[in-house]
Design a protein around this ligand. Structure first.
Ligand code: C2E
Ligand code: CA
Ligand code: CA
Ligand code: CA
Length: 278
């Protein structure tokens, strides 16, 4: 028995070690990734489903690793959230967003909002507001063009502190968007206690819209949010059926592969330019 237990632990240790090693690898690589410009700003367009016009975008990070190729966010963001490095990566991406919008502004182009993701860790950082205000001043971008996407779970701990920080950002003109709506635990409480400018309904709900239950939940959630006066964005629209159902519920704004996948900011810019010329 003793030998068996020992072996089990050995295997467990081995697993832990390789997990730790992978994390260490990401940690080491990300520093050089930032220095070598391997992190790139991608933008996924948000559209008005009635006519397909681009009404905004969401900033998403992409890592072009010299050996591994394109590393998806789910493989490195959780590690960076653990070690705190996500704050550096987010700020790097945010700066690119502000710089891009500042350029549009200077060139008298049509501005559209490009939302940024604020990691849970960052949302607790007292310096968050300071950073955002510095960026908006440095690049001369009106704050309402950079909505802040926060995931629902960010409100789990220190709810009161979070409401206070979000409120002070709203007073400064920033808009707060609740990401992954419906996947957390405190949805109803949050709706009651926090003024939200926008809610993004998670793609989990859109994926199984062929189920009667899902359709009931979505139709009524949309009605409720509309009565509360919150702007709604649907995430993960992939099919024409999903699109017509959602339009039938009175929802117009969406993000999804049916319309556009995330693209390099240069391609997003070309799309906007083309639309301006129409
Ligand atoms: P998210 O914030 O919920 O972002 C939306 C994700 O849904 C993106 O995945 C996008 O590509 C994907 N998506 C959009 N439409 C569809 C669709 O129709 N079908 C499917 N299957 N997927 C769709 P992505 O870019 O892989 O990002 C995954 C997550 O990683 C994001 O989820 C976000 O939580 C995080 N993330 C990405 N970039 C950043 C960043 O710069 N900072 C932070 N803190 N997190 C980021
Ligand atoms: Ca998001
Ligand atoms: Ca989301
Ligand atoms: Ca999500």
């Amino acid at each position: 028995i003793k030998g068996k237990v020992y072996r089990t632990y050995a295997v467990f240790d081995e697993k832990m070690r390789s997990q730790k090693m992978r994390e260490r690898q990401v940690e080491n690589d990300i520093v050089s990734a930032l220095e070598n410009g391997e992190l790139q700003l991608y933008v996924q367009p948000k559209v008005d489903m009635r006519d397909g016009r681009v009404i905004g975008g969401e900033a998403l990070v992409r890592w072009k690793h010299p050996e591994k190729g394109l590393v998806p966010p789910r493989e490195f963001i959780p590690v960076l959230e653990k070690n705190g490095f996500i704050i550096n990566v987010d700020e790097y991406i945010w700066e690119k967003v502000f710089a891009y919008l500042g350029k549009l502004h200077r060139e008298d182009r049509m501005l559209v909002p490009v939302s940024i993701n604020v990691s849970r860790l960052h949302a607790y950082d007292e310096k968050l507001a300071e950073t955002l205000i510095r960026l908006r001043e440095e690049y001369d971008v009106p704050p309402e063009y950079v909505p802040l996407e926060l995931t629902e779970s960010a409100f789990l701990e220190d709810e009161a502190g979070m409401y206070r920080r979000m409120e002070s950002l709203r007073e400064r003109g920033f808009l707060v968007s609740m990401d992954d709506f419906g996947t957390g635990y405190s949805t109803m409480n949050m709706l009651k206690n926090q003024t939200l400018d926008e809610i993004k309904i998670d793609k989990e709900f859109i994926r199984d819209l062929e189920k009667d239950k899902s359709r009931i939940i979505i139709r009524n959630t949309i009605a409720m949010l509309q009565q509360l006066g919150v702007h709604i964005v649907i995430e993960g629209v992939e099919t024409e059926e999903q699109k017509s159902f959602l339009l039938g519920c009175g929802c117009t704004d969406a993000q999804g592969f049916l319309f556009h996948r995330p693209m390099p900011v240069e391609a997003f810019d070309a799309l906007l330019l083309q639309q301006e010329c129409e």
